[in-house]
Design a protein around this ligand. Structure first.
Ligand code: ADP
Ligand code: 5GP
Length: 187
């Protein structure tokens, strides 16, 4: 299990898209109660679900972690994770800091990576550049980012997303994805 976490706007989705170019990596499709954004596909980006569906799954213990993020519920489903790990895949979670801390507290085995911005001005520029937040929401996310920043030492690894290529290469190395696949012997 490879957990990619860090403040909003730091580049988690961008980094994860790059990691997913490797066929050995499987994305954890989270469930969420938020509405899809243009271009997002149900079942690929998220399972877009109702609050009732979400609450019922919480009571059934279907999530390994869940959290409320900016007014919406998000959670990682246990069943697809177990199936992917059985197949020997790297199961990639892109989750917020609250969720990663829950998994760490549970002692869930995995590689926990906190993505750091080069500095907070860059984080502000990236969030503003994405043009998906109103100015109020942007300020709220930056404030939260400062709190999340204090939790970074709880992770196994901290990787600065300055240059995207370098950041992705460092994570691939940490996750052991750079090791060549075992040679095949034809008989
Ligand atoms: P998150 O998923 O953490 O909220 P995103 O992946 O949406 O963040 O990235 C936020 C913005 O920053 C996007 O516009 C993205 O293109 C940009 N971005 C991501 N990584 C880099 C980088 N290394 N250098 C410059 N811009 C980046
Ligand atoms: P967005 O709505 O922008 O896709 O995601 C908002 C935040 O929720 C991001 O920080 C993202 O990493 C986080 N997130 C997505 N899925 C999950 C999940 O299953 N669990 C938790 N805890 N956070 C999630």
């Amino acid at each position: 299990m490879l957990v990619i976490s860090g403040p909003s706007g730091v580049g988690k989705s961008t980094v994860c898209k790059r990691l997913l170019a490797d066929p050995r990596v499987r994305f954890s499709v989270s469930a969420t109660t938020r509405s899809p954004r243009p271009g997002e596909v149900d079942g690929r980006d998220y399972h877009f679900v109702t609050r009732e569906w979400f609450r019922e799954r919480i009571s059934k213990g279907a999530f390994i972690e869940h959290a409320e993020v900016y007014g919406n519920m998000y959670g990682t489903l246990r069943e697809p994770m177990e199936a992917a790990l059985q197949r020997g895949e790297t199961f990639l979670l892109e989750i917020d800091v609250q969720g990663a801390l829950q998994l760490l507290a549970l002692g869930e085995p995995g590689i926990y990576v906190f993505i750091e911005p080069p500095d907070f001005d860059v984080l502000r520029q990236r969030l503003a550049g994405r043009k998906t937040e109103t100015p109020e929401v942007l300020e709220r996310r930056l404030k939260k980012a400062e709190d999340e920043w204090r939790e970074r030492f709880k992770y196994n690894y901290r990787v600065v997303n300055d240059d995207l290529e370098r950041c992705v290469a460092e994570i691939r190395q940490i996750a052991g994805l750079d090791q060549a696949a075992a040679p095949r012997h034809n008989v």
